[in-house]
Design a protein around this ligand. Structure first.
Ligand SMILES: O=C(O)[C@H]1O[C@H](OP(=O)(O)OP(=O)(O)OC[C@H]2O[C@@H](n3ccc(=O)[nH]c3=O)[C@H](O)[C@@H]2O)[C@H](O)[C@@H](O)[C@@H]1O
Length: 434
């Protein structure tokens, strides 16, 4: 660079420099040159640094605001009081639970159920815009009415999560915050890595250092069975053929959980949920947007496999899932480590939480038609290659034995409750356009 040459020209010991002009003039002109070129040089450095940092931070802030991953302001005595009050145990044998993803579908139901039986519950949620955040806000309002505070922040914000553990010695973590959805993984792959891998690791890092370490129950997925063809899916079956990045991140989560159990003595229970549905559900799921589109008279794409093969799901009603979650928390043994060090072997479990009776997607549509009293415009199409598998079917023997898990709601009954909620929340269409 040119200016570097000029700076290099200035001798470090001016006395050795022979000039045709007097020493004083030479010194002055050199000093002026040095000052000038230093100024130019520093300006350039400043300009480039500023430009690169502002462009990277603006890229980051665009991403953060798009995904709403920023953490809103937190801290201070009032905030700590709210955190403590929310997590206060009200029943004699109660537990204190940090529920991540508390404004999510399963998170809201689990938080409410824990609170109802007298446990202490604190929520954490980043309120991202993967689907309509106003539904998340409505769930938050619901939980607030029963005394549950949801801290607004991301699970990757380890300073915040650590602070929560400084304020409350949680006995349990119900980790439900995640990037869900099978097909969206092709549109936004990094959001899955951010939440389901980096976020999980951040949570486990804080949990392993907490004193006492909490026991952790977290949401895996039936999608880990991927291309497995042995039915019903048992926890012992192979899970090394994921069909979507979503499934791959959930499977990675199971391996990561094993590592933290092995090294740090964290008590870890993974729950493989099978297509959970019900009131306050997720608008990105088929049963939800089918309802919306049937009511609007829009056609709905119904996937079928090769040779008109049936696509089916082991749809599981939310109340059954909640019972499974609470039973997993209640049977979770204590973590064995402290101060980031393992003291002995700790509990490590994985359970299927399904309904054990798969239903073809076309039957789901027929049930919705009857409940909504509207004929659906069916658009039968080939299962796209976007991560969907042809069928799921849970073997729940292990969960039944260890958790007393016994699903009791069939699809017809569960959808009836969903439709009743849907109509009371959205009416027959307008509000759901948002
Ligand atoms: O069990 C699970 O682990 C997963 O369950 C659901 O995933 P999925 O079963 O694909 O649920 P939907 O997206 O609601 O799809 C349900 C069924 O409808 C079918 N479908 C979906 C969309 C569509 O336009 N048409 C259609 O026929 C799908 O192929 C699938 O068979 C959730 O979205 C995942 O987050 C969850 O982890």
């Amino acid at each position: 660079m040119k200016q570097m040459n000029h700076i290099d020209d200035i001798p470090s010991t001016p006395g050795k420099y022979k000039s045709p002009y007097g020493h004083r003039n030479r010194w002055h002109s050199n000093l002026a040159k040095l000052t000038f070129w230093s100024f130019v040089f520093l300006s350039l450095i400043f300009f480039f640094c500023f430009r690169s940092s502002s462009s990277s931070s603006s890229a980051l802030s665009t991403d953060l605001s798009r995904r709403s991953l920023r953490t809103s302001s937190w801290g201070g005595p009032e905030w700590e009081k709210r955190v403590r009050n929310s997590a206060r145990i009200k029943s004699p044998n109660g537990i204190s639970v940090l529920v991540t993803g508390a404004a999510g579908f399963v998170g809201t139901h689990v938080s409410a159920a824990l609170k109802r039986r007298g446990d202490g519950v604190l929520g954490l949620d980043n309120f991202n815009d993967y689907y309509d955040p106003s539904l998340k806000r409505a769930r938050q309002a619901l939980l607030e009415r029963s005394g549950i505070f949801i801290v607004e922040g991301d699970i990757n914000d380890m300073v915040l999560v650590k602070k929560l553990f400084d304020v409350v010695a949680f006995s349990h973590v119900m980790h439900l915050a995640a990037q869900a959805g099978v097909r969206y993984a092709m549109q936004n792959p990094s959001s899955y890595v951010h939440s389901n891998i980096a976020g999980l690791v951040s949570m486990l890092e804080v949990c392993k250092s907490a004193n006492p370490q909490p026991a952790i129950v977290w949401a895996s997925s039936s999608s880990v069975y991927g291309l497995n063809t042995k039915v019903p899916f048992s926890e012992k079956d192979r899970t090394d053929q994921p069909a979507s990045l979503y499934a791959a991140t959930k499977k990675a989560g199971e391996e990561i959980a094993h590592t933290y159990n092995h090294i740090y003595g964290l008590s870890l229970t993974g729950l493989r949920f099978f297509t959970v549905y019900g009131p306050w559900g997720r608008p990105d799921m088929a049963y939800f947007f089918f309802t919306k589109d049937i009511l609007k008279g829009k056609s709905i794409p119904i996937f079928e496999a090769a040779n008109h093969g049936t696509v089916a799901r082991d749809f599981t009603y939310i109340d059954d899932i909640v019972k499974g979650c609470l039973a997993a928390l209640d049977t979770a043994e204590k973590s064995t480590g402290s101060g980031g060090k393992k003291k002995g072997a700790a509990q490590m479990r994985v359970f299927n939480l399904g309904n054990t009776s798969p239903v073809p997607v076309s039957d789901l549509v027929s049930i919705l038609e009857r409940l909504l009293k509207v004929k659906a415009k069916r658009l039968v199409m080939k299962l796209p290659r976007n991560g969907d598998v042809q069928f799921t079917h849970a073997n729940i023997t292990f969960a039944r034995r260890e958790l007393g898990y016994k699903p009791s709601t069939d699809l017809q009954t569960g959808l009836k409750k969903f439709v009743r909620w849907y109509l009371s929340y959205y009416g027959t269409g307008k509000k759901s356009d948002q």
